[in-house]
Ligand binder design. Structure first.
Ligand code: NCD
Length: 303
């Protein structure tokens, strides 16, 4: 594996190896606060053309923990503003010896485009492109699910909310299918049902009570306002009544169902605070796993 652009071409065995490696990093290094010198002299550049908190910080921590030289230029003030093309910026950083680009962009397929235009052996990780893919988020989510449920084959997973505009949902659906999940309940308002449905183990629900029935895992999504025309953004109170995950609505799910959210959360819109901070929530565990998973991914690409 040289780049990680999406999960589509990965096998179950490759994903399992990544999950195992991330577990190793978690117990061996993160739980003990250790820093490695495995990446001494390697240069990792985080190119975030779209804002980010946890994903960017998680990549920065992962790269520092591996002992790399970490560059995080402010892409909003970078020389692209002086008229330099994206590719000239990339080739400049390549010429300085960058080993890995971590790229986030508002447009679809930017990471893929950069990967196809590189002059040398630099690797690329897609940290989210438009509403397209977010492979590292999906992998850390798979890691979190496996920690609680041990396997995927017997699981019914509900993904709830703004599925159509969510790169997290698209990558998760891909990843969960590769891992052989039993059933996926895509639960969304009619307008937000994605176009990648139609497979036997994917069911569509427009009601939360139906979509959450007997599920093992609940994944709530933020309304991706930045990708929706203002007039199509629902009223937050009304949306919460219909699609907000509350303790009461969750009673139809399995008793040991876990609740996940990629963050940032809009409390009182897609999720109630009682659930987000409740005993079944694994949301902060997802964040911790993100660092271990990104160490594992970087190690697999550059190690
Ligand atoms: C997600 C993203 O950026 O796609 N967040 C994340 O990476 N943790 C989801 C979101 O922004 O709602």
């Amino acid at each position: 594996m040289r780049h990680l652009i999406d999960l589509i071409t990965l096998s179950k065995a490759t994903i399992t190896t990544l999950l195992d490696k991330a577990e190793l990093y978690k117990t061996k290094y993160l739980d003990t606060n250790a820093t490695l010198d495995a990446f001494k002299g390697k240069i990792i550049a985080n190119l975030f053309f779209e804002s980010s908190t946890r994903t960017l910080l998680s990549f920065q921590i992962a790269a520092h923990r591996l002992g790399a030289i970490v560059l995080t230029p402010n892409m909003k003030q970078a020389s692209t503003l002086k008229g330099e093309s994206l590719l000239d910026t990339i080739h400049t950083l390549e010429a300085m010896g960058t080993d890995l680009f971590v790229v986030r962009h508002t447009d679809n397929n930017v990471a893929q485009f950069i990967a196809s235009e590189l002059h040398g052996p630099t690797s690329i990780i897609n940290a989210g492109d438009g509403n397209n893919h977010h492979p590292t988020q999906a992998l850390l989510d798979l890691m979190t699910i496996r920690q609680h449920k041990q396997q995927f084959e017997t699981l019914t997973v509900a993904i709830v909310g703004d599925i159509i505009h969510s790169r997290v949902a698209r990558s998760l659906v891909t990843g969960l299918k590769i891992m052989g999940v039993k059933q996926l309940n895509l639960t969304a308002p009619k307008l937000w049902v994605p176009d990648y449905v139609g497979e036997t183990n994917i069911k569509i629900f427009n009601s939360l009570t139906d979509g959450l029935a007997d599920v093992d895992v609940i994944i709530a999504l933020r309304i991706q306002r930045e990708r929706i025309q203002d007039k199509l953004i629902p009223n937050p109170e009304k949306y919460f009544q219909e699609f907000g995950i509350t303790a009461e609505k969750m009673t139809v799910a399995k008793n040991d169902a876990i609740v996940m959210h990629p963050g940032p959360m809009n409390r009182g819109v897609e999720i109630d605070s009682q659930v987000a901070d409740g005993a079944q929530s694994v949301i902060l565990q997802q964040v911790s796993n993100g660092v271990a998973m990104r160490m594992a991914i970087m190690d697999s690409l550059l190690g």
